[in-house]
Design a protein around this ligand. Structure first.
Ligand code: PNS
Length: 164
């Protein structure tokens, strides 16, 4: 059975993430989305909230699982017996950061953990969780960036009503 792991902060999950998840689920028999529990990074949503959002958004994809992890990705992947990491590449600006993570994981895992990049669909190439949060914090329109139920949760976090 082909398995892959899709790690990230997902704070919050965007339509760009969902696009990568759907396409990965078509390629692999099983995709495990892993939400990083990073104690050093302050997040808008708790890990539990982020996991629940991802579960809701992927409930129609039977071969997608959502979990959380802390520590090194290579340790988590090894425990799960998974040797492919999925990451989305939006633009050349992502490349340096992604290359560094991919090469670090490969080195740390003794060449066992490889990374497969999916280029983000063009309509989501501009999207990031950070820009979604910034737009929403001012009540701006994020309806094309995240699913409707996620937009509602983000506005609630900021205590703002979306501009119509
Ligand atoms: O969505 P993000 O924040 O760009 O995801 C980054 C992530 C979670 C993939 C990366 O930070 C990660 O894998 N962190 C776990 C710690 C780790 O394994 N570090 C070594 C590789 S840099």
């Amino acid at each position: 059975m082909s398995k892959a792991i899709y790690p990230g902060s997902f704070d919050p999950m965007t339509c760009g993430h969902l696009d990568v998840i759907r396409r990965s689920a078509d390629i692999f028999d099983e995709v495990t989305i892993c939400v990083l529990n990073n104690v050093n990074k302050s997040a808008l949503f708790s890990v539990e909230e982020r996991v629940n959002i991802l579960k809701e958004a992927t409930k129609d994809l039977p071969n997608v699982k959502v979990e959380s992890f802390s520590g090194l990705l290579i340790d988590y992947a090894k425990k799960k017996d998974i040797y492919v990491v999925i990451r989305g590449l939006r633009a050349i600006t992502d490349f340096e950061y992604e290359l560094q993570i991919a090469q670090t994981n490969r080195k740390l895992s003794g060449d066992r953990l490889d990374t497969m990049f999916l280029t983000t669909s063009l309509e989501y190439a501009y999207l990031s969780s950070s820009t979604v949060k910034e737009i929403a914090s001012f009540g701006g329109d994020i309806s094309e960036c995240v699913p409707e139920f996620v937009a509602k949760l983000v506005y609630e976090k900021y205590g703002v009503a979306p501009q119509r």
